[in-house]
Design a protein around this ligand. Sequence first.
Ligand code: PMP
Length: 343
Amino acid sequence: MKRTDKLVRPNVLKLVPYSCARDEYEGSDGIFLDANESPYGPLNRYPDPRQHLLREAISRHRGIPVRNIFLGNGSDEIIDLCFRIFCNPGKERAMVFTPTYGMYGVAASVNDIEVIRIPLDETFNIDLQAARPWLQDETLKLIFICSPNNPTGNCMDQETIETIIREFNGIVVIDEAYGDFSGKPSFAGRTGEFDNLIVMQTFSKAMGLAAARVGMAFGGTDLLKYFFAMKPPYNISTINQEAALRRLKETGELTRRVQTIITERNRLASRLAALPVVEKVWPSDSNFLLVRVKDADYIYNTLAERKIIVRNRSREIPGCIRITTGTPEENEKLLSELEKIEL
Ligand code: PMP
């Protein structure tokens, strides 16, 4: 038994995956009378359960072997699968570094898993000293590291991440949803180095395809085999697989768009910093900005009345709102509305 198998829930270890019609015969040519579909198209056939074409295209795009790629119905499905594969309900725990993306906590609650919340330090980095005592705790099975982090916008220190992966015997999940905006090295190609590492990315942010719900997990086959065994067979629709495939063919346009968003984010950051209602704008490795303002609730509500919707994060970080970078026109409109606010 491998070290990673020992981290898997006993019921998952024993699981016999559902074998669907398209697992037994993979060719695309023939008379298909095996899946009780309608013979009349379009969209009458079930999707490819293993998403071969899309995973091959991602493999070429990201330089990662196909066998090390798993796709979920958004990263959110992958987060939920992590809990269901590795954590025994009511008994085991997961760790997050707060403030961070809310779905880790929600998925933990759904799966009856206690969450250890370690506050980020004053520079919004991981407080290794606070986390360390937990790394040897056998009930701790999962650590989520969101880098770049939502809502603080910054990447976590790379050496700290490596230390955690090395010292922890459970699974480390690095969520790189915003990685394409950071210019910092990704961990996606390093899952061969660490058998307990899973890296998540998504089509929802830089790829501009949030509507299609396609999330990616990169990891060793010893871990990914459990994700393939656990997922519903047709977790990504044909329409969504095709949308993602088309998007991967537009790489020139994608790179230009990411560059435009980064330039706009930087311009927005310096313009915001000069406004009287703004107290602080944190540097960002993502496509959004964390901004401390004079009265977060008032500013959030005033903008909403003017049909500009930002995220009020003042319950997690006092005085703060989170602003996504829009088009240059949208950003100008935001700035001019903020200029009008007097406090
Ligand atoms: N991870 C982070 C850090 C996010 O902020 C989000 C969405 N806001 C997601 C994952 C969800 O991604 P997906 O659309 O792929 O489910």
